[in-house]
Ligand binder design. Sequence first.
Ligand SMILES: Nc1ncnc2c1ncn2[C@@H]1O[C@H](COP(=O)(O)OP(=O)(O)OP(=O)(O)O)[C@@H](O)[C@H]1O
Ligand SMILES: [Mg+2]
Length: 248
Amino acid sequence: MGDRMPELRLENVSVYLKNRKIVKSFNLEINDGELHVLMGPNGSGKTTLIKAIAGHRDYRLEGKVFLDNEDITGLKVHEKALKGLAIALQEPPSLEGLRVGEVLIKIAKKFRKLNDLEASKMVSDVLNIVGLDQKTLSKYYMTEFSGGEKRKLELAKILLMNPKVAILDEPDSGVDIDSIPRIATVVSKLTSSGSSVLLVTHQFGLFDYLRPTKVHIMISGEKVLESSHDIIERLKKEGYRVVKNGSE
Ligand SMILES: Nc1ncnc2c1ncn2[C@@H]1O[C@H](COP(=O)(O)OP(=O)(O)OP(=O)(O)O)[C@@H](O)[C@H]1O
Ligand SMILES: [Mg+2]
């Protein structure tokens, strides 16, 4: 126990889809401004864990989720968001008939208590940071977006929310090579402004720019390893055999 308080704490979180147990008794603590990475093979349950934390209705969650020491397990999706939990999904839902400009300005006003002018200025800045053109403002939210553009729009949303905790599910998948340093910048901006970040990735590209406090490895729904960033070099060489080969 240090003197820092965990911003996000998962206590024995198990997740069920129908009657199938997908995530098994997962524990995690992330302190203020820390970056933690969650890795694991396809189908191991990373996205399931994230959706269940968000409060997705298809999943049943056992255990507890604490945000800033408050039990938020039973809250609804939007209530969790207002408490400071922001989640960028791998496959974000489209919002029928809403344009990017109106959605993002509404978010900026709600989460940052800005007036119209300040909000539109901030939205424009955030689009620049994530690498989306200002023309994006008049597009329909998510529906008119490519895969990589969707990732960027999710990150723009997260930056505007100024969250206590940001959970990012593969923000680097399918984005072009110039966007990797941009995404790293977004993550750094979040942690340096005190947000705690949980990042899911399959790539090592972001680690050229970011040094996570911890790396967690999930296999078949279980956390099999929690390590310092030193494990990344070994993961590159050995893949998930590191788990069998021993970590320390
Ligand atoms: N909507 C669904 N219906 C049925 N099974 C599902 C559904 N979503 C996920 N699963 C199953 O749950 C398990 C975990 O999937 P999940 O998407 O959480 O994996 P993941 O670790 O995020 O994988 P990836 O690295 O490919 O994103 C898999 O076996 C998957 O087949
Ligand atoms: Mg996934």
